[in-house]
Design a binder for this molecule. Sequence first.
Ligand SMILES: Cc1cc2nc3c(=O)[nH]c(=O)nc-3n(C[C@H](O)[C@H](O)[C@H](O)COP(=O)(O)O)c2cc1C
Ligand code: SF4
Length: 504
Amino acid sequence: MLPKDARREEVLERLDEAGGMRPGVAAKVHRQTGVPEADVYGVGTFYHLLSEPDAGVRVCQGLSCKLGGCDALLADLQSQGTKASYVSCLGRCDFAPASWEADNEPPPPITGLSPSDPDFAIDLRAPDATRYDALRMAVDQGPEWVCDALEMSGIQGRGGAGFPASIKWKAIRGQAETERYVVLNADEGEPGTFKDREVILRRPHLVIEGLAIAAQVLEAGDIYLYVRGEFGRVKAALMAALDEARGWGEVDDTVNWHFVDGHGAYICGEETALLEALEGKRGMPRMKPPFPVEKGFRGKPTLIQNVETIACVPAILTRGGEWFKSTGRTAPGSKLYCLSGHVQNPGVYEAPLGITLRELLELGGGVTGTLKAYSPGGASSGFLPADQIDIPMDFKSLGAAGSMLGSSGVVILNDTVDMVEAALNQAVFFEDESCGQCSPCRIGTQIVRQTLERYLESRDPETLSNLQEVAWGMGEASICGLGQAASWPLTSAMKYFPKEFGLD
Ligand SMILES: Cc1cc2nc3c(=O)[nH]c(=O)nc-3n(C[C@H](O)[C@H](O)[C@H](O)COP(=O)(O)O)c2cc1C
Ligand code: SF4
């Protein structure tokens, strides 16, 4: 039991201030916060950026960076005597192979972008000076009007799960509890995904305005902006926009805005793990129900929304729900698709929801080489073969194809790629990022990785005999989406490329 006066929520901030888990730091933070030293140690060692403070240059080993030559980059750095090691994903797949150093963050990169289109909700290249018309409309017309506009728009969450936003907003408004929170999920960590980074760098006012509207409608007193730790300049863009909006008199001080750094744990993108991190704990997902709209941050009703979802809200209000819906093709709205891997112009492309890969590749200048496979929605979505190039890339259609839109991090693989190696790359990611809380995921991700390594050594298909069973167990019995989807890269690669697994 935690002492009554312990200030647990401060633990991660204090560990960060102390420079991570160096000798004596756990004891120091215990003295500062009153949280038991062992508990502080457990928290600090959970987060990669805190547990390895002296890692030096972190080289991304996400799939796009693997295809882009991360192994050579790491070897090169090390041969020059630079301290360097691998990291799971840096959210810079458009600059593969990417690297990052804590105190030496490069300037915001300029990525390939589709032509600016004012007929889409985000319109990444438009001047970011919305002047908060939508917020004013929300105040004038009232919360019911806002929720109805969201419902009419049909917007589904853009963070991965595709849950209708209006249902969450309405559910929170229906709670008797009046202490409520709004949380921005800017932890973007799914390999292949870097759209939220671009939204914040280019249109930070859309995000600030969307959050202000949410707090207004839900009568929330506090907004938490949880930004991944490797996105220092991204956080700075958000902070500058908030200051500017305050200077314009558009955002008043009736709401408290809190900026919170992530500390390099992919799992904290999962909404309940994020809440645990906000509360100063190890980022381990909670069992659901209860859902955050009922019991979220500090056990109170909480809206957690992805950056892209929140950034769509101003346009939905100013141009109407019907308009937003009509900008999609097979599902409501436009969508930001991240394109990386073997493609001519990696970048973020805003397109009607339901665009096919064939069309997206035309926007991105085409494949480098011959298309073999693609991963439509980040590592969790597995692989689809080249002949499935015409599937509408929306939540339902990709789900029906046994994959998912997820975070729409589209990774292109040409015919030089060994699918066993590709599946192994994703297996390493999930094993490294499993929070370890439940055994199907903790042990399953390890078995998948070890088995693939053994198969690569022997090329004996017998090695793979137990894998389908292990994958089934992971899918059925894991607590959260990480473990449930962690075997998909393997099972989809085996399904569509059996020869490479010695199965045909
Ligand atoms: C393993 C895992 C990682 C996730 N990572 C992110 C993330 O980085 N950003 C995000 O917005 N949602 C992420 N999600 C989805 C969130 O749990 C949640 O559904 C989302 O933040 C809700 O916002 P939305 O409805 O606007 O999408 C992740 C889910 C899982 C299972
Ligand atoms: S599925 Fe994996 S990441 Fe999710 S709670 Fe279980 S161990 Fe943690």
